[in-house]
Structure formats: structure tokens, C-alpha cells
Design a protein around this ligand. Structure first.
Ligand code: ADP
Ligand code: MG
Length: 360
């Protein structure tokens, strides 16, 4: 669980802090009418640095497991404005002139750096590629494909489970390349403007994307088999190459980052028309996710059918939630008294999620 600091607006209007971390993974919510304590694997309070979240959440281990061939997922959830995007990507910069300070980079950039470092030193033969999808109004769209967004079919097969047909995946070998990819994905139709102005549009796009749709960035980590046979001083010409008994078999893991759209009360935000349809779709898919998590949290013997098919989101996350994946869930909350009911609901949701076990 991560608690963000009170924002300037919250401080100025005199909101009180009602959430306190007690250490040892416990968190205390207290108001005149509520008094509740919750326990989690880790609690990061308002003063926690991005680096401490990366190290303390198990994110580094998750990266290593992905290299080892596991399907790993991290997702951030919580109400709009609770710090999901900040946790995953860091603060949004408004212009190229002031990029985010390295210390503020989020779990994603830190994981990319960790992966690239491993591919250079620890595990040669790693090939990295990325795909980036969003679920908007119950449609799966490819954020990497050029041109206007079009919906891709979501299918199921016995061997692959749920998968998206025809999704693009792009190889990358450097931090700049993956950063560019993200930026390009978030700003698919750049106006003919230079540098900083283009960025600004993308920052707004990011805001829209992260709050009005669910975004799933998947890094595919392929490790080619490393030969265990005798080493040749001079490489053999390609046609004469004979496979050696491999000491290290080829492996394919994934690392998926999910920035969920925040829950929203249509009544409170006064959304209407298109916005209202969006909000209803967001709420419906979050409800489906909550429902699957509640059922998965029951002991295996008492479980009924898990309705993954209720939404695109739960279909795409089926493996991460109850299958063979390894999943880190980061619940983001605001400490403000005004957010109390959403905060309590996020904490209850997170407590249920904590009881879910997968079989990696
Ligand atoms: P969400 O993605 O959940 O809607 P954001 O990540 O956009 O929320 O965060 C909302 C605001 O709060 C942003 O201005 C962000 O920079 C700020 N914020 C969130 N978490 C933190 C944090 N841990 N430290 C400092 N500022 C934060
Ligand atoms: Mg966001």
C-alpha cells in the first residue's frame, strides 16, 4: 500500500490526515467515526522515495523472475488522483526542458533499467520487446500501432489462454528506445510541433489515457539458450553450426505493468454523455475485477467458477490473478479526510487481494 502526501489543494482547504502508517506493514485509519487497522506485506507512507518503493515492494525480484521465465504483473489501483501513475511512471513533466529528476522515476523506468543492466552484464542473450495495449470503453486497442486506434479481437486458446490477436510488439535495446516508445504510444497523432509542445500534448494524453482507460504495457523477455558445449575460438560459419547440449535452456518471461483507470463516482464528478459512458465502463470492469478477486480469495475447495469473461480487463489479467503468474498489487491511497470512503474501500479490496494465491 502506498499513501501519497497531501496535495497543496488538500492542505490549503484544511483536509486532515486520517491515514497513518504504524510500521510493520500496518496502516491505521482514524476519524471520529472510523477506527480501523489493516495489515499488508508493505506500507509506504507519504515520505517514501520512489527508490524505496522499488526496493521494498519486491519489484526487483519480480524483474529477476521475469528473466527466469515467469509471467509477472504489477498493477496499481485506487481512486483517481491517488498516485497510481506517479508510482508506475513518476510525475508527468510538462516539457522536455524539465524532465523528471532521476530520483522521481517510477517502478516502470526502474524495472527497464534493471532489465537492460541484466541483459548487458548478468544474462547475455536476453532479447527484450514491448507491447502496449489500452482498454477503452471495453475495446482493446493497440497503442503502438500507427494511425487511428482500432479495436483488436481478444481470443482464447487452450495453450495460450486469453490473448490479443495481431498486437504489435517492438524490440528495444536501450532506455531511450523504450521511453520513446511510451511517448509515441501516448501521442499517436502528434501535431506538427517541435519538442516541448509535442510533449505537452502527450502529457495530457497520458492523463487521459491513465485515467479514462486501463493501460497494459508488457515487456517480453526472451532468453536464448546458452550453449554448454565446448567454446570455439573462431566462430564456425553459420551453416556448420550444430546445436550444443544447452546448459541454460531458452526461456520466455513477461513483465506486465497495469495502470488501472481510477474508480469514479459518476454522481460526484457530474459526468454526462461520453464521459458518463466511459465512467460506467471503467466502473463495470473494476467491479468485474473486484468480483474475480473476491472469489479467488476464497479457499480453493470453496471456490466457484471465476467469471473472467465478464470484462476485457479480467480476461487479460486472468493469468496474473489466478493462474500461473506472479503478481504485485500496489494499492494507492490519499491520506485526506475527504477521500475516506474511497480509501477504506481500496484497503478492503487490497485485503481481499492479499489472500489470493497463484501457482507460478
Ligand atoms: P492517479 O494516476 O491515481 O490518478 P496520479 O499519479 O496522477 O494519480 O497522482 C495525482 C497527483 O498527486 C499528481 O500530481 C502526482 O504528481 C501527485 N502524487 C501522487 N503520488 C505522489 C507521491 N508519492 N509523492 C508526491 N506526489 C505525488
Ligand atoms: Mg493515472
Amino acid at each position: 500500500v502506498r499513501v501519497r502526501p497531501l496535495t497543496c489543494t488538500e492542505t490549503q482547504r484544511g483536509d486532515r490526515r486520517v491515514v497513518h502508517s504504524l510500521g510493520d506493514g500496518t496502516i491505521h485509519v482514524s476519524t471520529a467515526r472510523h477506527d480501523a487497522t489493516f495489515g499488508f506485506s508493505a506500507v509506504f507512507d507519504a515520505g517514501t522515495s520512489q527508490e524505496a518503493v522499488f526496493e521494498g515492494s519486491g519489484m526487483r525480484q519480480l524483474v529477476e523472475l521475469a528473466i527466469d521465465g515467469f509471467s509477472c504483473t504489477v498493477f496499481a489501483f485506487g481512486q483517481t488522483g491517488s498516485g497510481k501513475t506517479y508510482t508506475l511512471m513518476g510525475p508527468l513533466t510538462q516539457s522536455e526542458a524539465q524532465p523528471a529528476a532521476p530520483g522521481l522515476l517510477g517502478l516502470m523506468q526502474r524495472s527497464f533499467a534493471c532489465l537492460l543492466e541484466q541483459s548487458r552484464s548478468g544474462s547475455p542473450g536476453l532479447a527484450l520487446s514491448a507491447s502496449y495495449l489500452e482498454i477503452y470503453n471495453e475495446q482493446v486497442r493497440d497503442l503502438l500501432s500507427p494511425g487511428p486506434p482500432c479495436a483488436l479481437p481478444l481470443r482464447w486458446s487452450k495453450t495460450r489462454g486469453f490473448y490479443v490477436e495481431n498486437q504489435l510488439s517492438v524490440d528495444f535495446e536501450s532506455l531511450e528506445a523504450i521511453a520513446d516508445l511510451l511517448l509515441q504510444a501516448l501521442n499517436p497523432h502528434p501535431p506538427p510541433l517541435a519538442g516541448s509542445q509535442r510533449r505537452r500534448t502527450s502529457a495530457h494524453a497520458l492523463n487521459r489515457h491513465s485515467s479514462r482507460s486501463h493501460a497494459l504495457l508488457t515487456i517480453h523477455v526472451r532468453r536464448r539458450a546458452v550453449s554448454g558445449g565446448p567454446q570455439h575460438d573462431t566462430p564456425l560459419p553459420a551453416p556448420m553450426w550444430v546445436p550444443q547440449p544447452s546448459a541454460c535452456p531458452s526461456k520466455q518471461g513477461t513483465l506486465c505493468f497495469v495502470d488501472l483507470a481510477g474508480s469514479e463516482r459518476v454522481k460526484e464528478t457530474g459526468s454526462s454523455g461520453e464521459l458518463c459512458v466511459e465512467a460506467n465502463n471503467i466502473n463495470r470492469s473494476l467491479l468485474a475485477l473486484g468480483h474475480c478477486i473476491s472469489l479467488l480469495a476464497k479457499p480453493r475447495g470453496k471456490r466457484t467458477h471465476i467469471p473472467y469473461r465478464d470484462s476485457k480487463l479480467t480476461r487479460l489479467l486472468a493469468r496474473s490473478l489466478g493462474g500461473s503468474g506472479i503478481t504485485l498489487m500496489v494499492a494507492c491511497i490519499s491520506p485526506s479526510s475527504r477521500c475516506l470512503s474511497e480509501t477504506l474501500s481500496t484497503l478492503h479490496y487490497a485485503s481481499r487481494a492479499r489472500r489470493v494465491t497463484t501457482r507460478p
